[in-house]
Design a protein around this ligand. Structure first.
Ligand code: AVJ
Length: 341
């Protein structure tokens, strides 16, 4: 109805009405910048936090991963959403939609469609550490959803969830898709879920995407694709650190590796040093020694079991309202409601 009118307005003007961004940078975080890197690289078993994958380039590479034939999670989760988003919208009723790690917001569209079909005004809060990808996807969404209002938050989950706690009386649905929760250790997971529940009021909803346990061959293929995009994605972390902290990591000295740990039910992604060498991160005053064959653990990607996850979420004050899955039971979407404080 209003499309032709909006097209006559210049884009910046038209978008300003319905879009704003906030950069969440507190000074404490700025002073602590890179402490997690120093700490991780000084360990006997070196690690780097997976959030450093996602600079502009890394977010682009991740988008490419999602299109790979071997990488089933994204398309499987999208197919579940395509089927059940109307059901989810009906259960929650009108809500403010808040997405942690929104990236390109492709799957979010399926939810927006469902709420729109019920005649609700659309209010969306995407949260991502990459400002560039957040902006691109916001503009594209505004073009396609004429009544959509967006408030983008650029920052970490922790910063964003602390901010959300302070805001809004409206009913909320917080979504965390793509099984990104699989990147967290037990401790990090507890902390994260605790931040989520503190940001919710009783009765608010949380929609969680989890990758499920399945044969090792399928899992390992998904993280060792034949085009080498996952390898580029893994190596790009070093490139990102070089730029951000004046480093001199030589990418050719490292090799991508991904293996499924059947005991802990997790993919473990490593960068393995091909030879003994040193690297420097000037801005962090950090010099790191690598032995030949030494690894940096850059990511764990845990694979879950729905009934275990249900028990866990219950213990954290999140009641499972409905779980959705695909025919092969490769991926799960859990719709939860905050039940107590
Ligand atoms: C976005 C964290 C869920 O663990 O599958 C994809 C990231 N790493 N390929 C995952 C990833 C390698 C992805 N998550």
């Amino acid at each position: 109805m209003s499309t032709s009118y909006q097209e006559k307005l210049t884009e910046p003007f038209f978008h300003q009405q319905r879009l704003n961004f906030e950069y969440l940078l507190d000074t404490k975080a700025a002073n602590d910048e890179g402490q997690d890197i120093i700490e991780g690289l000084n360990r006997t078993l070196k690690t780097l936090p997976p959030r450093y994958f996602y600079d502009g380039k890394g977010s682009q590479l991740f988008e490419q991963i999602c299109e790979l034939p071997e990488y089933y999670p994204t398309r499987t989760e999208a197919s579940i959403l395509a089927q059940y988003a109307p059901d989810i919208a009906e259960v929650t009723g009108k809500v403010k939609l808040i997405e942690l790690g929104s990236g390109s917001s492709t799957k979010t569209r399926l939810l927006l469609d469902a709420y729109q079909a019920l005649g609700y005004p659309l209010s969306y809060v995407p949260i991502d550490v990459s400002g560039s990808i957040l902006e691109d996807s916001a503009y594209s969404l505004l073009r396609d959803y004429s009544s959509l209002e967006i408030k983008g938050l650029i920052g970490t989950y922790e910063q964003a969830l602390n901010q959300l706690k302070l805001s809004t009386q409206e009913p909320k649905l917080v979504i965390f898709l793509g099984s990104t929760i699989g990147n967290f250790s037990d401790l990090e997971c507890d902390r994260f879920i605790n931040l989520v529940t503190s940001s919710l009021a009783i009765g608010d909803y949380f929609l969680l995407g989890i990758d499920l346990q399945k044969p090792t061959e399928i899992l390992e293929a998904a993280y060792n694709d034949s085009q080498g995009i996952t390898a580029d994605f893994n190596l790009n972390m070093l490139c990102h650190l070089n730029k951000r902290f004046q480093g001199n990591f030589e990418l050719n000295f490292f090799q991508h590796q991904a293996v499924y740990n059947e005991v802990d039910c997790q993919i473990e992604m490593y960068l393995t040093s091909r030879e003994s060498h040193q690297a420097i991160l000037k801005d962090l005053n950090l010099l790191v020694d690598f032995r030949q064959g030494e690894t940096i653990l850059t990511e764990i990607s845990r694979k879950f079991n729905i009934s275990q996850m249900k028990t866990y979420l219950h213990s954290q004050g999140l009641k499972l309202i409905q779980s959705y899955t695909d025919d092969q039971e490769w991926f799960g979407l859990l719709l939860c409601q905050k039940s107590f404080n």
